[in-house]
Design a protein around this ligand. Structure first.
Ligand code: HEC
Length: 119
């Protein structure tokens, strides 16, 4: 019986330790969780856009999207976000559809909102 009580106490203590978060931990986790090009965005572009926006671009695409600065420039100066958000097949990207899954569009929106971090 005593051993059981002791185990219970240890369990409570270890839970308490796990849930204790100080301010430093919070800010550390925050910066690790920011969306960044290398970890989150490059794969989306590679899988959905560079069939045309390659380097050099093909199929009539006007620019490459193979590097961080290409993609950043397309967001800032070529309405990339409007293109992927649009449901107008004559305007939307990927060219000719289908539209990206909403969670990927949301990730690009978040990436822009958080400042287009590279890595
Ligand atoms: C099947 C080929 C193809 C694919 C795949 C494709 N694009 Fe395009 N893209 C084009 C063509 C062709 C144009 C030029 C015609 C136009 O503006 O509609 C273009 C234009 C654009 C423009 C506008 C450029 C400007 O200066 O006006 C953006 C931004 C863009 N694409 C982003 C993307 C993104 C992001 C993806 C992936 C999610 C993507 N495209 C996938 C062919 C493609």
């Amino acid at each position: 019986m005593k051993i059981k009580n002791l185990l219970y106490l240890l369990l409570v203590i270890s839970f308490y330790n796990c849930s204790y978060v100080n301010e430093d931990d919070l800010t550390e986790n925050l910066s690790e969780d920011l969306v960044n090009y290398e970890d989150n965005i490059k794969t989306i572009i590679d899988n959905n856009c560079i069939a045309c926006h390659n380097n050099p671009p093909v199929n009539g695409a006007p620019m490459s999207l193979t590097t961080y600065s290409n993609v950043k420039d397309a967001i800032e100066n070529r309405s990339l976000i409007n293109r992927i958000s649009s449901t107008d097949l004559g305007f939307s990207m990927p060219f000719g559809g289908p539209r990206l899954p909403q969670n990927l569009i949301d990730l690009l929106l978040l990436w822009e909102a958080e400042g287009l971090i590279e890595n």
